[in-house]
Write a protein that binds this ligand. Structure first.
Ligand code: 5GP
Ligand code: MN
Length: 349
């Protein structure tokens, strides 16, 4: 096979430390962020399959449920959902010797299990691509310039010399995470090495077209009805400042019998409108109001989210939260827009 050009971006000392921890410890836990997305689950399951194949006692614990269009991934049924079974989750975490923290940068992103993970006596390895990681793990592999944690898992296995051991199941999970965190390779995906890696994954016989269909051609009818309603009735455009807002109240969501994952990706739609570079989606969750932000170009969603909504994320994709009514959340959002008015007005489209 032709030699490929995969730059060894993870420092050798870190790779060796990971190798020694994996060799030394048997009881291993993998965990990832709240509302796991394709990258959270893809990176976690890829590592899960690898560790299982080499004979480790490995468990995957996710803080809460993941959407139905990710359930096809091999091993997804083995993930323990902490929210449904906190006692079992705590027990497993307490007995872990090694914990992998994947696709999150701050402990609060794992929700209620954060104190148990962080106070556990296990060695901890963080592998993530969000900026500003909190340095509370024994090994911190943090690469905000890489578009997905799944790609980092590939790179880690590759640098460990384990490419041969990557099988179809592992390759599928990695590809799914790389695909979903780049919107099907439509943003954050100009690095040629992404495509070198994809070619190495295709050699493991993955069907990338089927993976795309499993995720993006797998929505429910009610999601589409809800999307139509949202774009027609719940979208505000702020033309002068190249911004858009969509919002859904609890009543809206109930009316359309919306389930977990039904609103995933809604925030991206307004970015398809000519001239819009900043899109926000605000919706009422069980106990709080959730916000999702997306931008094109150099407008920093994560700064906006951190300043007004206790949130964070990436330059072009971030999230936050608000405790109060959805009307108050929208009012604060519009106040925040005013503060960022000059930046948004001058943003290039
Ligand atoms: P999404 O809009 O898909 O929920 O999240 C987009 C990005 O922002 C993801 O990278 C996610 O990790 C991050 N993010 C979402 N919600 C929050 C939040 O409440 N706090 C922080 N720090 N990051 C978030
Ligand atoms: Mn990610």
């Amino acid at each position: 096979m032709r030699a490929t050009i995969i730059t060894e971006i993870i420092p050798k000392e870190q790779v060796e430390k990971v190798r020694s921890y994996i060799e030394k410890y048997n009881k291993i836990v993998i965990t990832t962020h709240l509302s796991p997305d394709g990258d959270a689950l893809g990176s976690s399951l890829a590592l899960y399959h690898y560790l299982f194949r080499i004979g480790k006692d490995v468990k995957l614990i996710v803080p809460n449920a993941f959407p139905y269009f990710l359930k096809w991934m091999k091993g997804a049924e083995n993930a323990l959902v902490y929210e449904y079974n906190p006692g079992a989750g705590r027990h497993i975490i307490q007995h872990a010797e090694l914990i992998f923290c994947l696709d999150f940068n701050v402990p609060k992103r794992v929700g209620d299990m954060a104190p148990y993970v962080m106070n556990s006596g296990a060695k901890k390895i963080l592998i993530d691509h969000h900026p500003y990681p909190e340095n509370s793990c024994d090994v911190v592999i943090s690469h905000p310039e890489i578009s997905s944690t799944s790609e980092l898992i590939f790179r880690l296995l590759y640098q460990l010399g384990e490419y041969e051991r990557i099988d179809r199941d592992i390759a599928e999970c990695i590809y799914c995470g790389m695909m979903t965190d780049t919107g099907g390779f439509t943003y954050n995906s100009n690095d040629p090495e992404i495509f070198e890696i994809i070619s190495l994954l295709l050699r493991k016989n993955i069907d990338k077209d089927a993976i795309y269909s499993n995720v993006y051609h797998n929505y429910t009818e009610q999601r589409f009805r809800l999307l139509g309603f949202t774009l027609l009735k719940r979208m505000k455009i702020y033309n002068d400042i190249h911004s858009a807002l969509i919002y859904l109240s609890k009543e809206d969501l109930q009316k359309f019998k919306s389930g977990k994952g039904d609103t995933e990706g809604f925030v991206n739609y307004p970015l398809s409108i000519r001239g819009i570079i900043f899109s926000t989606f605000i919706y009422e969750d069980e106990n709080y109001v959730k916000l999702s932000f997306r931008s094109r170009g150099d407008f920093a969603c994560n700064e906006f989210a951190a300043e007004f909504f206790q949130g964070g994320g990436h330059l072009n994709a971030a999230g936050g939260e608000f405790y109060g009514t959805i009307q108050d959340a929208i009012a604060l959002f519009e106040k925040a827009l005013k503060k960022y008015e000059a930046k948004l007005r001058n943003a290039s489209c």
